[in-house]
Design a protein around this ligand. Structure first.
Ligand code: T4K
Length: 426
């Protein structure tokens, strides 16, 4: 069995990109910069992630079986097999597969028969807040903890009213929330806790799987996730009793040929999507180990770049390294986050401003009193500084080094870049 390091080395060699062209700017005291007329660091665009692809033969074997049985959807064998494998892998009491994470969140909230207000974070993908709203609930924003980037339990307590029904914290970038504090809040105020665990596949906290905390947790299996089914998601939890209701809700609330119990949705995962998940299942575990090594390398080298702030991982957690967020401290770096992003793009490095703009700034929610920026200072500060750098196994150490070299060169040439961008105009 090759160790992960060997695999990483192989990937690095396999994916290696030709050496860079002349360093025109070297004599000016900084590395080559595409924005200042050097060749870009990468010939081809490097995106924040690159979806895992299943082995074609393995996937086609699944497809042949689907074609033979003609069972394409409606709780077929592969969906059930995937649910069983996920239940074991994630060490949860149950796993209900869905067509995507957003519909899964809606079904999770619906299954708890809630009404009134739901406290959540403004620093998340719009899906989290939209799902709350689509369930006829009122999203209420509370500020984040500036270290974990997750919903702050103290701010959550302050946002509780007699209309509060639930809290939806997000394990942002796979970093576990303060689940113990949220357990206490739920107990003290009789609230439900539904975790948005879209980024937290395989994460563990305090030696327990992330999916057993709270009432329910929702995963996303979108193609951009470490484990994916192209489009897909799941509701997981410790209590197997909850599976039947979720399973009914995702199938129009049909119980049998004669009964429909309540208002359901079409949230089913198809056999084709389940087959993608089954075919890449083992690659996913390897992928987050590889990312762990790349993440450690990023962390070690980025420490040396003044003005780049690397998030400290939550203690006592096993992470999946789904994202690699950094903060740009404009005063120390000499450039704003947006200027750094622009300079990286010139190098063909497509970092992402997840999550800018904040959900509380969305036209649909900005007039709510809880969206007042004065109440969300940590979220606003982070949204103006955040940049998620590319991370995926196939980038290899060479790819990561090139990204860091580019950031270093950008930092060294900050005044020139700023002048260049300002002269170029909007
Ligand atoms: N809660 C949270 C906290 C979430 O982050 C999300 C989704 C959800 C809930 C909802 O889960 P789902 O309903 O989506 O299951 C992407 C994803 O569409 C979205 O799922 C994800 N979060 C969000 C953070 O990222 P975009 O619009 O930023 O992705 P896009 O298309 O720009 O892709 C990013 C990069 O990924 C591409 O540049 C290349 C690579 N990629 C992308 C796709 C679509 C691939 O390699 N293959 C692909 O098929 O939203």
């Amino acid at each position: 069995m090759p160790c992960e390091h060997d695999v990483l080395e192989k990937l690095t060699a396999h994916e290696s990109i030709p050496p860079k062209t002349p360093r025109l700017n070297a004599s000016l005291g900084h590395g080559p910069l595409a924005l200042l007329n050097d060749e870009p660091a990468f010939e081809q665009p490097v995106y924040i992630t690159r979806a895992l692809v299943p082995d074609e033969r393995v996937f086609m074997a699944y497809m042949r079986s689907v074609f033979k049985s003609r069972q394409f959807t409606n709780n077929g064998d592969f969906v059930r097999e995937l649910e069983a494998r996920l239940r074991t892998h994630l060490q949860v009491g149950f796993c209900a597969a869905f067509c995507n994470g957003t519909t899964a969140t809606q079904a999770a909230l619906r299954s708890l028969d809630l009404s009134g207000e739901v406290i959540s974070t403004p620093f998340t993908f719009p899906a989290t807040i939209h799902a709350i709203h689509w369930c006829g609930l009122t999203p209420v924003f509370a500020d984040i903890d500036p270290r974990s980037y997750n919903l702050d339990p103290t701010a959550t307590r302050q946002a509780i009213t007699d209309r509060t029904a639930a809290v939806v914290p997000v394990h942002c970038f796979g970093n576990p929330c303060d689940v113990v504090a949220f357990d206490e809040i739920a107990g003290e105020h009789g609230l439900k806790i539904v975790y948005d665990a879209a980024h937290a596949f395989g994460v563990r906290y305090r030696d327990r799987p992330i999916g057993v905390w709270g009432d329910l947790s929702v995963l996303s299996f979108h193609a951009t996730k470490v484990f994916h089914t192209a489009e897909g998601g799941a509701v997981v939890g410790a209590d197997i009793e909850k599976y039947a209701r979720l399973s009914m809700l995702r199938n129009f609330a049909i119980i049998n040929e004669d009964e429909v119990l309540g208002i359901g949705v079409n949230g089913k995962m198809s056999e084709i999507h389940a087959a993608i998940g089954l075919a890449i299942f083992d690659n996913a575990t390897r992928e987050y180990r590889l990312r762990g090594q790349l993440s450690a390398h990023y962390r070690q080298r980025l420490r040396e770049i003044d003005g780049v702030v690397v998030q400290r991982p939550v203690a006592d957690a096993t992470l999946n390294h789904a994202y690699f967020p950094i903060e740009i401290d404009e005063r120390r770096f000499g450039l704003s986050r947006d200027e750094v992003n622009q300079a990286l793009r010139a190098e063909n490095i497509f970092a992402r401003k997840y999550f800018f703009p904040l959900c509380s700034e969305n036209e649909a929610y900005r007039r709510h009193p809880s969206s007042d920026p004065a109440r969300l200072p940590n979220a606003h500060r982070l949204a103006s500084r955040i940049l998620c750098l590319p991370i995926y196994g196939a980038l290899g150490l060479d790819g990561i080094n090139r990204i860091i070299d580019s950031l270093e060169a950008i930092r060294e040439a900050a005044p020139r870049i700023r002048r260049h961008l300002r002269n170029a105009g909007p």
